[in-house]
Design a protein around this ligand. Structure first.
Ligand code: OGA
Ligand code: MN
Length: 207
């Protein structure tokens, strides 16, 4: 089995700088991955996921645009995720060190796309709030197979890329320039999605 991601091996930074997005497989060890699954399952059972909206100031739920259900992560409530966030912190520190992004905080949520849902093509920076610098999606779909749908489509002038939402896969992209879309999913689709921010969340922490 190939080894898990090591943020100190800087090849990923070059690739992100050149390509504006990067796909990292084997992000965390399998035992940690199973505890992330358990947390997600617990949140679903406790009905903690709510229909997501769009925008920051005039936040609206528009099912024709995005159909996912989300739960914002309060890290103090979920110590089991410390391992995941330690790795995210290493990524953030390396980006500050080598790319001078000035990342200061982060915001992450669980996301569940029920069968038939999608998220139309969009950018992750809001017009009224541009502190999202790097978008991160960590997929949790064990046994995903062709036909299950829910792929991430990344739009670029040089050509589009389709990313399969495979368990233990992390995708990073530049929030200000990468237009992207979640294709309709034929099965329920799970992820942890978040953003590295250059200023504190402050304005319109979405819930
Ligand atoms: C988002 C988003 C992509 C994905 O939540 O803004 O684009 O693959 N998610 O889940
Ligand atoms: Mn997005």
């Amino acid at each position: 089995m190939s080894s898990v991601f090591d943020a100190s091996d800087l090849s990923w930074i070059d690739e992100l700088a050149d390509n504006d997005f990067i796909v990292i497989d084997n992000f965390i060890p399998l035992d940690k991955l199973s505890s992330v699954h358990q947390i997600f399952q617990r949140l679903i059972e406790q009905d903690e996921l709510k229909k997501a909206g769009i925008g920051s100031i005039d936040y609206q739920v528009v099912s024709e645009v995005r159909g996912d259900f989300i739960h914002w992560i309060d890290q103090s409530e979920t110590a089991e995720l410390d391992f995941f966030f330690d790795k995210i912190e290493e990524i953030s520190a390396q980006l500050n060190r080598y790319c001078f992004l000035g990342l200061k905080s982060r915001e992450f949520h669980f996301a569940l796309y029920p069968k038939g849902s999608f998220y139309e093509k969009h950018l992750d920076q809001f017009q009224e709030r541009n502190n999202r610098m790097i978008s991160i999606v960590f997929y949790l779909n064990e046994n995903w197979k062709e036909g299950d749908g829910g792929e991430l489509k990344i739009y670029q002038d040089k050509g589009d890329t389709i990313v399969k939402p495979l368990a233990n896969r992390l995708v990073l992209f530049k929030s200000d320039i990468i237009e992207h879309e979640v294709l309709p999913t034929a099965t329920s689709r799970k992820s942890i999605t978040g953003w590295l921010l250059r200023k504190p969340p402050g304005l319109g922490f979405l819930s």
